[in-house]
Design a protein around this ligand. Structure first.
Ligand code: ATP
Ligand code: MG
Ligand code: MG
Ligand code: MG
Length: 569
């Protein structure tokens, strides 16, 4: 490709909105173009690098036997109601209606869609295991889109879903994905650390995040230099969701009154045909002797019109005990739109979760203390079994839970995550298979995401200097750039043209900077663009020599034209 013909516009200045190197450099090289906050387009060089990452991802996924498909970004609300996430997902879900008022969303992820496919197509154990994936555009209406491709509202993700007969099968699928991720990030030139995403679940984690080490990363990890222990420090966040009440409790996902009613019963009281319409999780409080003394708070997400009185009646909550939560605050803190809380006897009570709900993410929880309401509570990570035990994060210098050496902290970029879903989706959506004994069983699932465009940004974070990007060969938009110092000089032009043609004929991905620009501009742009190999055709051209330099090295060499061509091929 000739730079004189390429649609490219590099910037000398650092754009105002950009704070971190990858954002600055991807804008300055003209590789990405902002449309609105958190929404970017890709220009020719940027798109080439995206496709290189996609190709690496595709090759490694295919090598595991996973099969590529391509689903729509537009998803009907009905599937999300079935899984229970239409309300639970909160304001990050980009919702829209069609002309007939039917609800849809732009997919932030595709568990529902893939589960739907599999429940229609899979019926027997003979068809399992299976892994389906896609490389596709995702939408998340992030609260704070920032850092360019790092946290955008539209981004490209590879998402894979595994379907197995049982947990042993899932463990194997998970391991295969984990190893594929290792290879993918290595091939992209990223130094990555896989970290446990579940707190303390050493040895049997349900999830790992692949974190590219970087100062500007938004994830913090605790790790040990002596052994392999590494975990995210991400935890439930403390917010004061309902500070005006000195009561306990919280919300989301399933309603149980202590011992009495199931979610189906409550739904029945309310004449709701879909149990997913109510979203509340009950935490019961107990006194020191272990007697139930406390009680529920129920909050609704999404449907403001849901009749609260009916709900309260259904839950048998005495009227005097009810205080309505500050709904506006609640909505801001948790994404819930309505709710009530009821008192429990003790102020410092143990919080006990009424039921085990594996796979639940980002619930709300709370206790009868100010500042003890939590959002983003994740089963497994923040609580296990019945009790929220330990929200403490491993601090720097704490003894490593495996080997006792002092724990260190580092920052990183979450470029991928692997997650054992179990039967959360297959049970709620009825994805079943018939086993060897003619018994119907739920399919056991895993999900595996890679942020393709975030990976591009992470590569730039790890590979740049003050002058620009230093692409690893595997994801560089082009491998070689020929800088023709003086296009008007016939000897130079002829030599540059010869090298360009020879490399192009050999299918080397080569750029020829034949623009009528000052040499200084061209050298600056070559550094900025970060093409790994630079061949400069200048004064020495008449003697049959050129300058050969790798972007990552300081030294240059003067070599013959033939030598330059053979090295570059
Ligand atoms: P984060 O913790 O950064 O918000 P996440 O845990 O919500 O990410 P996942 O649901 O695990 O993200 O999605 C899989 C992958 O998609 C992530 O590991 C990340 O690489 C990428 N990703 C997620 N959100 C964004 C975003 N807003 N912009 C770009 N990439 C993203
Ligand atoms: Mg997120
Ligand atoms: Mg995350
Ligand atoms: Mg994640």
């Amino acid at each position: 490709m000739r730079l004189s013909k390429m649609h490219i516009k590099t910037l000398r200045e650092v754009p105002n909105e950009a704070e971190i190197p990858s954002h600055i450099l991807l804008l300055r090289t003209g590789m990405i173009r902002k449309l609105v906050s958190g929404v970017y387009g890709f220009m020719p060089l940027g798109w080439r690098s995206v496709r290189k990452i996609e190709d690496i991802v595709r090759q490694e996924m295919d090598a595991t036997g996973a099969q590529e498909i391509h689903m729509s970004a537009v998803q009907p609300a009905e599937l999300w109601e079935e899984s229970g996430r239409w309300y639970a997902y909160g304001p990050e879900l980009w919702r829209l209606k069609d002309r007939n008022g039917r609800d849809f969303c732009l997919g932030p992820t595709h568990e529902e869609i893939f589960t739907d496919i599999v429940r229609n197509d899979i019926s027997s154990y003979r068809q399992l295991p299976m892994n389906l994936y896609q490389i596709q555009t995702k939408y998340r209406d992030e609260a704070r889109p920032r850092f360019g491709l790092m946290r955008s509202r539209e981004f490209i993700m590879k998402d894979a879903y595994s379907f197995d007969k049982d947990n042993a099968g899932l463990d194997q699928s998970y391991q295969e994905m984990y190893e594929a991720y290792d290879r993918i990030f290595k091939r992209c030139g990223l130094a990555c650390r896989p970290v446990e995403a579940d707190s303390g679940a050493i040895g049997g984690s349900n999830s790992h995040e692949f974190t590219a080490i970087s100062e500007v990363g938004e994830s913090e990890i605790a790790y040990c230099e002596k052994c392999s222990m590494a975990a995210t420090t991400e935890r439930a966040e403390c917010v004061d969701a309902a500070p005006q009440t000195d009561v306990c409790e919280l919300a989301m996902e399933e309603v149980h009154t202590p011992g009495t009613k199931t979610i189906e019963e409550v739904a029945g009281f309310l004449n709701l045909d879909k149990k997913q319409t109510i979203k509340a999780l009950l935490f019961v409080t107990y006194d020191e002797e272990g007697n139930e003394n406390g009680y529920v708070a129920a909050f609704v997400r999404g449907d403001r019109e849901l009749n609260m009185t009916k709900l309260i009646n259904a839950l048998d909550i005495p009227e005097h005990a009810i205080e309505f939560a500050d709904e506006e605050k609640m909505a801001a803190a948790t994404g819930c739109v309505g709710g009530f809380t009821g008192p429990c006897g003790l102020h410092d009570c143990t919080i006990v979760v009424d039921s085990e709900l594996p796979g639940l993410k980002n619930m709300c929880a709370g206790a009868c203390k100010e500042d003890h309401h939590l959002i983003n509570v994740n089963y497994g990570r923040d609580y296990k079994g019945d009790i929220i035990t330990d929200l403490k994060v491993l601090q720097e210098g704490d003894p490593c839970p495996i080997c006792g050496a002092p724990v260190k902290h580092a920052r990183g970029i979450e470029v991928g995550q692997v997650f054992k879903l179990g039967t959360k989706y297959s049970e709620s959506m009825g994805a079943m298979y018939v086993d060897e004994n003619q018994k119907e069983q739920p399919i056991v699932m895993g999900c595996y995401g890679i942020g393709v465009t975030r990976t591009l940004a992470a590569v730039v974070e790890q590979h740049h200097d003050d002058n620009g990007i230093i692409w690893p060969m595997s994801v560089a938009p082009y491998h070689v750039i020929i800088t023709l110092v003086k296009p008007d000089d016939e000897a130079q032009a002829t030599v540059a043209e010869k090298i360009y043609q020879s490399l192009a004929d050999a299918r080397v991905e080569v750029l020829l900077d034949d623009r009528k620009e000052r040499p200084g501009v061209k050298f600056k742009d070559a550094d900025l663009l970060g093409i790994p190999v630079r061949i400069t055709v200048g004064k020495l051209a008449g003697e049959g020599k050129v300058e050969y330099k790798l972007r990552r090295d300081a030294d240059k060499e003067e070599i013959t034209i033939e030598e330059a061509i053979s090295r570059a091929i």
